[in-house]
Write a new protein. Structure first.
Lengths: 115, 173, 746
């Protein structure tokens, strides 16, 4: 978008990311923690796209922008989305399983990792 | 009124959309009710999709709406509904030093990354991508030629995710 | 020599015998019936090895004297860059002579043992060890390199250990075996160090052995050249010689390390005869002869060897006067005679050392086997105070043992005379063993003459107390029963096996065949735990022919062996052919003075013995120790040496152990270990709260880590010039819009 500096997008992405981080740390509801992770992933996606847009092209003018920085960023976002979808599917499955087992999902009640 | 040169109408639009996205993100974290958090997240994702459009990445923007706000968030809401986590008190958020430490740490990351990344790039304000870089043709062409193998691997990953979630969710196999 | 490969049979046959005894022996014996077969299977390999050795020696004698050394390569054993140690056997005059002694005397003693051990339950175990010993000893002497010598050295050490402790149920025997083994460790330490030092010297001069192919420890490689190499370094030569001599001291029971040999008499008497008199203990003398080129280069080491030998000879001879156990007397006599051998080697007359080894093997084996016969006849009581007038009962034993006594006393023309004459003659006439201008050789020669007198004296004491001396003292046992088991333990040579005394009285030796028959052996009580004591009803009987036959053979050798070997320098030129002689030695002329002196010494000793002991056991040496003279009591106690050494090593070792345990280990080592544990535990306690299983807390900690890392990264990047835009600026002109940096800040 003409007239908007790159740092505006980057700053928004950074803010979203830090919000996600703080959310992961302070929330006990695993679903919300998952949402915060999604938030962080989206922040990264935004950054990818911003860089893709503002990165100078190395291709000759008018060439099809394949294998260029601009397409690389977008493809990366698609992969992140794929991973996020898989992660959500499995993660929510795990939460379901845990809930079925313990009738509770409070993450602070789970300390099976204690040595 | 003499506005500085860098304040443009486009920036105003960006500020509105980005501000809503940021607010919604904060809402995700602060609302105690998981349903509210989820709805905030939907709003935030919608706003991000608009920003993607504004960056010229139409394809990704559409994907964002379809996949995230359409599929993933619905999945979230379904789980919340199934587990009945929407009601208050099912998970009580207690006061905890983590609030302070986590907040401080988040702030620290914000400041440090910001100082290291934002400041040097402050002068970049001209989009340089070629015209039509976000069109589905371009992205699709790229995805099925240069990034064919990663794409295939991602498809396998999704398949594994499907199988895994079925395995986890089913009571009896 | 085409048939040199036969030498492998000489070593191989005893090994085969060992395997047969070890794996089939018990099965063949069955219920005690097959002992004759097992005994024959034990004797046969050694006897066959003896026959082969004789054949090889005859063939060797046909060769030119200068080339009498043939090496038979077996297989490569240790082969690495710069060092090659093959399994090779060497046929030369020295090795064949030792092989003849080992297999010849060995087969006689095996034969004897078939009778002596007839009542033994572990019959085949005994012959297992004995055959293994013969094989090890043959490897020791026949091997062509020092490592094979070391294998044999340790092999005979192990066999000696197992045979001393053969009757392991008596803890005293096990202790004696341990003592022999442990004291020999010191000697082996010296031997290995000497070997290493020699190897270092040889390997450093590898260019002088063009054809060696890395065989730096093989005799045929080093012996011709090592003399030239070592000539320039007297200090190293002396070091090598003395270290090797420490090894020889251990095996050959010389002064600081002789302690184990008297205790080794706890083993069965054939073992004492074979291992601790005739063969194994001469390994040290063999080593000196084998590497004489090194020893003769060092007058200092030679002098030390001679002095140690003389002191040992004197010391052991004096101790022998205080012994009442017949085998102990012979043990100290052995130590003393070994001293003579070292006197000869120290004086530079190495062949005389081997000469004395040979004659000593004859007469000392004879004496030991004779004492075994006496012990056998006297219900395994070894105390000479219980003997007396046995000449009447044991005619063959007496006749042969008396010959042995005359031979060791040095009465001409018996074997001992010639070799002892050689020892004293060379010692008195030469000046090889010199330190700082003092001719130790000469001094040592005179000491040796004195010891010769003492030898005749204490051997006369033993002989007269056993065979003559008035009365049959075992009939007086009840009279002095309190004083019977009093003192320095005369261990009965009988633990764990059983008496056939009653059986014995039923028929004399004439009823035996050459061996005990199977029926006789089967009839001997095995499971009956009664330990027969010598008492007044005892009636000694001559032993069976399988036991006296070796005595007769050895007696013949003791009579003629020395004279034959001394004719025309037979042995001297066999071992060291003329022209290859190393030192310019001259024997003391067999003129009147020396002969008169040594003959006089022998006669005086015998006469003294007769005077003191003909009539009976003097009260001063009787059952009541309190009546003994201080000298004799001290001698019985080895002049306190053994006790001192045992006390010092045991208590010193214990104190050192306690110090290391309580001081070093408990405080320092345990402190370190426990301290490390304590530090880890304490740190763990401090940090345990982190490991609480709460994932969010882990995430928080991780986040803190990320922040710290980012901070560090930022700090590190701060110093780098602002190049973060280079990716944007590096666009060539004409591709895309102009540089953002150039138009920034509008």
């Amino acid at each position: 978008m003409q007239g908007v500096p790159l740092v505006a997008y980057l700053g928004l992405g950074l803010f979203l990311f830090c919000t996600g981080v703080v959310g992961v740390i302070i929330r006990r509801n695993p679903i919300v923690i998952f949402m915060c992770i999604e938030l962080m992933l989206n922040a990264v996606n935004l950054t990818f796209l911003a860089f893709a847009k503002y990165m100078p092209s190395k291709l000759p003018v008018g060439a099809t922008p394949v294998a260029d920085a601009s397409t690389a960023g977008q493809v990366m976002v698609i992969f992140v989305m794929a991973v996020a979808a898989a992660e959500v599917a499995v993660g929510l499955g795990i939460i379901m399983a845990i809930f079925r087992l313990r009738q509770d999902v409070d993450i602070d009640e789970m300390n099976l990792l204690r040595g | 009124m003499n506005l500085p040169e860098w304040i443009t109408p486009n920036l105003g639009v960006f500020m509105v959309i980005g501000g809503v996205a940021a607010l919604a993100a904060v809402g995700v974290v602060v609302f105690n009710n998981a349903v509210r958090s989820a709805l905030c997240l939907v709003v935030s994702f919608f706003m991000l999709a608009f920003l993607y459009f504004s960056l010229g990445a139409e394809m990704i923007g559409i994907l964002q709406i379809v996949v995230y706000t359409g599929a993933i968030m619905v999945l979230f809401l379904f789980v919340i509904m199934l587990l009945n986590l929407g009601s208050l008190g099912s998970v009580i958020e207690k006061k905890d030093p983590k609030f302070i430490i986590g907040g401080a740490m988040g702030l620290a990351i914000l400041l440090m990354v910001g100082s290291q990344v934002i400041v040097p790039l402050a002068s970049v304000n001209q989009p340089k991508a070629p015209e039509g870089f976000g069109a589905p043709q371009t992205v699709g062409y790229s995805l099925f030629s240069t990034y064919l193998y990663p794409f295939e691997i991602a498809s396998v990953l999704l398949l594994v995710g499907i199988v895994g979630s079925i395995l986890l969710a089913k009571r009896r196999l | 020599m085409d048939n040199v490969g036969l030498i492998w049979l000489v070593v191989g046959l005893p090994i085969v015998g060992f395997l047969i005894q070890a794996f089939l022996g018990k099965r063949l014996i069955g219920n005690g019936g097959g002992k004759r077969l097992v005994g024959a299977l034990a004797v046969a390999p050694v006897a066959a090895a003896f026959v082969i050795s004789v054949m090889l020696t005859i063939d060797l004698a046909k060769l030119d004297p200068a080339n009498r050394a043939v090496v038979s390569h077996g297989w490569d054993w240790i082969k690495i860059a710069g060092l090659n140690i093959p399994f090779e056997l060497r046929v030369d005059p020295l090795t064949m002579m030792m092989a003849l002694i080992i297999t010849g005397i060995g087969s006689l003693i095996h034969l004897y043992a078939t009778g002596y051990m007839a009542e033994e339950k572990d019959y085949s175990r005994f012959f297992t060890y004995l055959n293994l010993f013969v094989a090890s000893m043959l490897i020791l002497v026949l091997g062509n390199n020092l490592v094979m010598l070391f294998i044999g050295w340790e092999g005979v050490g192990v066999c000696s250990y197992m045979l001393i402790g053969f009757w392991y149920k008596d803890v005293a025997n096990s202790k004696a075996a341990n003592k022999a083994f442990i004291v020999n460790r010191i000697g082996d330490w010296g031997l290995t160090l000497g070997m290493f030092l020699l190897f270092v010297v040889v390997a450093a001069n590898a260019d002088k052995f063009p054809a060696a192919d890395g065989r730096f420890l093989s005799y045929d490689v080093i012996l011709p050249v090592i003399g030239d190499i070592l000539k320039g370094m007297p200090g190293i030569t002396t070091a090598i010689a003395l270290l090797l001599f420490v090894g020889a001291c251990g095996k050959s029971a010389q002064f600081p390390l002789y302690l184990w040999l008297p205790d080794a008499m706890a083993g069965p008497t054939p073992v004492s005869a074979l291992i601790h008199a005739a063969t194994m203990v001469t390994a040290g003398v063999f080593l000196l002869n084998r590497l004489y080129v090194i020893f003769e280069l060092s007058p200092v080491a030679s002098a030390i060897i001679a002095v140690v030998g003389a002191f040992t000879a004197l010391f052991a001879a004096l101790i022998a006067f205080g012994q009442t156990d017949i085998k102990k007397v012979l043990a100290y006599s052995t130590v003393s005679q070994l001293g003579f051998m070292f006197i000869a080697c120290g004086a530079g007359a190495y062949w005389v050392g081997m000469f004395h080894v040979t004659t000593h093997a004859f007469f000392k084996a004879l004496l030991f086997l004779g004492s075994g016969a006496v012990i056998h006849a006297m219900a395994h009581n070894q105390d000479m105070r219980n003997y007396g007038k046995l000449a009447k009962y044991l005619k063959i034993t007496f006749a042969t043992m008396f010959i042995g006594f005359l031979a060791i006393a040095g009465v001409p023309p018996l074997a001992g005379f010639w070799s002892k004459e050689g020892v004293l003659g060379y010692a008195l006439a030469n000046n090889h063993a010199m330190i700082g201008g003092i001719n130790f050789s000469y001094i040592v020669g005179w000491v040796g003459l004195g010891v010769a007198l003492l030898t005749a004296f204490y051997m006369a004491r033993m002989t007269f107390l056993t065979f003559f001396s008035g009365q049959e003292r075992w009939k007086l046992i009840p009279a002095h029963a309190e004083g019977h088991h009093d003192d320095h333990g005369h261990h009965d040579d009988h633990h764990g096996h059983h008496e056939h005394h009653a059986h014995h009285e039923d028929h004399g030796p004439d009823k035996h065949g050459f061996f005990y028959t199977d029926e006789e052996m089967a009839a001997m009580p095995h499971e009956h735990e009664h330990h027969h004591e010598l008492d007044e009803t005892h009636k000694p009987h001559e032993v069976p022919p399988s036991m006296w036959f070796p005595l007769v053979v050895l007696a013949v050798l003791s009579v003629g062996g020395g004279w034959v070997l001394n004719q025309n320098h037979l042995l001297e030129h066999w071992l060291y052919p003329p022209g290859t002689q190393h030192l310019q030695l001259e024997a003391h002329p067999h003129g009147i003075p020396l002969v008169a002196l040594s003959l006089g010494a022998a006669l005086i000793g015998i006469v003294l013995g007769a005077v003191f002991y003909w009539k009976g056991l003097p009260a001063k040496e009787g059952w009541d120790l309190a009546k003994w003279s201080p000298f004799r009591r001290a001698a019985a106690d080895q002049f306190g040496y053994d006790n001192t050494m045992v006390t010092a090593s045991v208590e010193g070792g214990r104190d050192l152990g306690i110090f290391l345990w309580k001081g070093a280990d408990s405080k320092v080592v345990d402190g370190l270990v426990n301290g490390a544990g304590w530090v880890a535990g304490t740190l763990g306690k401090w940090f345990a709260f982190l490991q609480n299983g709460f994932v969010r807390q882990y995430a928080l900690v991780m986040l803190v880590g990320v922040v710290v890392l980012l901070g560090a990264l930022g700090y590190a990047l701060k110093k780098v010039p602002d190049t973060s835009l280079s990716g944007y600026q590096a666009v060539p002109a004409g591709r895309g819009p102009a540089l953002p940096g150039a138009e920034g800040g509008h």
